[in-house]
Design a protein around this ligand. Sequence first.
Ligand code: SF4
Length: 454
Amino acid sequence: MAQYDGMYEFAVTPAVTNIRRRGVEIREVTPDSLGAEMELESGDRIIKVNGRVVRDYLDFRFQTAGETELVLEVRKKSGEDWEVELERAEGEDFGLAFEQIVPRQCANECIFCFCNGNPADARPSLFIKDEDIRLSFLYGNYTTMTSITEDEMRRIVEQRLSPQYVSMHATDLDVRAYLLGIDPQRADISSKLRRLLGAGIEVHAQVVLCPEINDKEVLTKTIFDLAAEYPRITSVAIVPLGLTRYNTDARLTRVTPEFCREVIDQVDQIQKQLHTKLGTNFALLGDEIYLRAGRRIPSTRHYGDYPQIEDGVGMVRSFNNEFGRLMRRLERDGRTNLNNARGTIFTGTLFAPELKKLIDQLSSQFGTQLIVEPLENSYFGGDVSVAGLLTGQDLLQARDRVNGEFVVIPKQMLKSDEAIMLDGMKLEDVSRTLGRPVHAVDLKELAKLLLSKN
Ligand code: SF4
């Protein structure tokens, strides 16, 4: 599911070169570990555990869990086949790190798919249309469940791959089929969903809200249909359609502040009803909807245990709370003067006004000299205003607005395992061009950075 939330990075290769080999490849063996004792090496593949096929590291984890006597079938890097018998203490770690899961691709043609909004020269990984129940369980990626196989259904239940995150978009079948670009028969996942729920698998649902398609009464119906399955379906996240300048599909209507205000008013009423009945708001709107509407972000209580925070639902509230804790900690530690911290913080245009309020409080209380600058997204354009999709080019275009001795950017602007941005620019190159260190940080790291300057 590649909407905003699908913008993660794995070690992936284009599908054409993606030859699936048997077993799972070992990437690293910790010295002096059980794996090292068994003479396993990086590049070896584990094919079977106790006679059962291993498809990926989840299988390995599942099939070795609780087992103390094991027979591993291994295809060595050299091509030799080994059978390794071993005994281990319960819970003893193998000291093995495995290759990443190669995502399964979806067979949908969603009209709002983010892949359609990429510039033609974007990195190949941005065109990956992942639809994988394993990644749903591991990372909270959404699947539509339209192409889920019987084998995958059984695997979810047998290996307890719970929770699963499901993109519903609409429970009205025709609307769902229209949005996914498939026929209604394939769009109908009701029996699969029933089967998972019946087996005790927890489901979180998502709606990508597209004006004039799945809003208004379609949205109301979707929320109530899903809420009827509470607590087996635990929550539904409603996030707005995001269009870049490359999305030119005439069927799509841009999300406006006015639309966001209407949605908040509509869902507010539903939340009240559901709260009375279920004791939870159940349907939660993405932060972007409140920010675009110019409305206040709801309280901590509104989000319960933040069931879909990674989808940008409650992230701003959580950040505000964390910021409050940081201020209190500085106060407790007697840090009254941080005036050597002089720099510029860049973030997406959507969050910049919120962040500015917080940073201004910090500056007035602790003397920091930090300026928050909203960074326009010139790479994707359109209404893309979130920090995670900003690029190196965007930063360079804002160089006239850099003040102070350092620059801070949100950590999510970088690839998870490398200091490189979405447009391929390296952090060190951006630093060199801006003539100042650029720090990609989260809130904790920002606090450390400020303290290190004083
Ligand atoms: S086509 Fe739909 S399901 Fe497939 S990746 Fe795109 S948005 Fe996700």
